[in-house]
Design a protein around this ligand. Structure first.
Ligand code: C2E
Ligand code: MG
Ligand code: MG
Length: 474
């Protein structure tokens, strides 16, 4: 199947670059917000310096410092740090400023408006973070703002209260800058929702019109005579977009998970994989191959996941042991008993289970011994620097001996060089997947590759990486 590359003129799809655009908008918000904070801090600081109001000057100097630190972090791409720092430091500094901005009959309090802006911005910046950052922090900002808005709590010594003429101007400045920043937050939220809806619609269309496809990456084992034997494949989802060309799952899987579309997409993947296995079963060369399918945690957690899978397997008439479900450790974060029960049920019906990206997540020996799995997949992040990083070497050795002692099959993913392969072979890992053998291929190319099994490449010093689809033969 020809891969259509996106051209410069192809129509941009709204939404697919949503996360990049969101990141750009958030960076803009942080730049704008920190510039306003700096301007307010320096402007009022200078004014109080001239008036010799040292306490008020100290607070504005603190305000400007927070703004400068946030600006520096944003400009050096540490946006999360900028957001964390400004949210907490501004909450403290603005609350203090509110204490000095005491309302009187002529001029109301206005500094607390900045806390509302802070609440809205925190809600936007931290919406994928933990409950404290996502909910508690905006609520604290909101509560403090509410308290100051409804009371005249504050300093009583008139020496510390800003002069009335300054307070009159600050009402306008504070309100204007807050309204503008809140409007900016709303625009970003609206743009995010629009982009998300667009990509969701597009995924539905892709599903209905058959734009999803599977690519197959061979899994190889040494056959004992120096030859590589393709023992199976991993089915990897691709979105063959009419305008954008082939899109990798990294661009859309997380949104599919968030929107729940991963359930029908995962269902399609399973059906397609089972159809493929049924076809392979009819040919001696492919009959013994296994096919691994990735299953998202949210997909696995569906109450009817197990009956659904069993139904698909049964209808396709395949040998269930040829289908291998790849699960990740993220699945094990909650409701472990239920997860183990479902896994045991699938395994009892003959399906094979593999733990993908092993070592990157919540690895604990305690859970591992409870899990009914057949295979451990050593994550590519450990294989990548294996030969240069003694820590990675030690980790892979440990994972191999762990797999061996638990009697699990082992496979290393992301094997790219003959040197990595040699090291893995010497250290007891018997099966491999990676660009060294082949990139994920459309079905016709994969079947051609199975027909000409690769010779196991041997390490001979530095060698160029193989081109897609061409198995290395030494
Ligand atoms: P994964 O399951 O860990 O798949 C391995 C990924 O590593 C694949 O990326 C594969 O192309 C890539 N890879 C394989 N060998 C090498 C190598 O030697 N070097 C390097 N640098 N990369 C290598 P891909 O296809 O982009 O998939 C990324 C992830 O998307 C997968 O990681 C899997 O978590 C997810 N995914 C793919 N298909 C599906 C699917 O059907 N359903 C679900 N839920 N997730 C899927
Ligand atoms: Mg996988
Ligand atoms: Mg993996």
């Amino acid at each position: 199947m020809p891969v259509r590359r996106p051209t410069f003129f192809s129509r941009p799809l709204p939404g697919l670059d949503a996360s990049d655009k969101h990141r750009r908008r958030v960076t803009l918000l942080l730049l704008f917000g920190s510039s306003i904070v700096i301007a307010l801090g320096l402007g009022w600081g200078t004014y109080y310096l001239l008036k010799a109001k040292w306490v008020l000057l100290a607070m504005d100097a603190a305000l400007a410092s927070v703004g400068m630190a946030a600006l520096a972090c944003t400009l050096t791409n540490r946006t999360r740090l900028a957001a964390l720092l400004s949210a907490h430091a501004l909450l403290v500094v603005i609350s203090l400023i509110c204490y000095f901005d005491v309302p009187d009959v002529g001029v109301p309090r206005s500094a607390h408006m900045h806390l509302l802006t802070l609440a809205a911005a925190s809600f936007l910046l931290f919406r994928r973070e933990n409950t404290y950052l996502r909910v508690v922090l905006p609520l604290i900002c909101f509560a403090v703002a509410l308290f100051y808005a409804g009371s005249d709590f504050g300093v009583t010594n008139p020496d510390y209260i800003p002069p009335p003429e300054a307070r009159e101007i600050s009402v306008w400045i504070n309100n204007a800058s807050c309204f503008f920043t809140i409007a900016m937050v709303l625009v970003i939220m609206q743009a995010d929702v629009t982009a998300r809806n667009a990509i969701e619609d597009d995924m539905r269309t892709a599903l209905a019109q058959g734009h999803f496809t599977l690519h197959y990456q061979p899994q190889v084992r040494e056959d004992g005579h120096g030859h590589g034997q393709v023992i199976g494949a991993e089915a990897l989802l691709r979105w063959d977009h009419p305008q954008r060309g082939m899109i990798l799952p990294g661009k859309f899987i997380s949104l599919a998970e968030e929107t729940g579309l991963i359930v029908p997409i995962g269902d399609w993947v399973l059906r397609k994989a089972c159809t493929q296995l049924a076809e392979w079963a009819g040919h001696p060369r492919t009959a013994a191959l296994t096919l691994s399918v990735n299953v998202s945690a949210s997909q696995f957690r569906q109450p009817d996941f197990v009956p659904q899978v069993l139904d698909i397997v049964q209808r396709s008439g395949i040998d269930p042991s040829r289908l291998k479900l790849e699960l990740t450790e993220s699945l094990l974060v909650k409701d472990m008993d239920e997860v183990v029960r479902k896994m045991a049920e699938l395994r009892a019906r003959g399906l094979a289970l593999s733990l993908d990206d092993f070592g990157t997540g919540y690895s604990s020996l305690n859970y591992l011994k409870r899990l009914p799995i057949d295979q451990l997949k050593i994550d590519q992040s450990f294989v990548r620097d294996l030969l240069n990083d003694p820590n990675d070497m030690a980790i892979v050795r440990t994972l191999v001996s762990l797999g061996q002692s638990l009697n699990l099959m082992l496979i290393a993913e992301g094997v790219e060089t003959a040197e990595q392969l040699a090291w893995l072979r010497e250290n007891g890992c018997p099966a491999y997947q990676g660009f060294l053998f082949s990139k994920p291929l459309p079905i016709d190319l994969f079947e051609k590759l199975v027909a000409t099994p690769p010779t196991m490449p041997v390490a001979q010093g530095p060698r160029p990486r193989p081109a897609a689809g061409k198995p290395v033969v030494v």
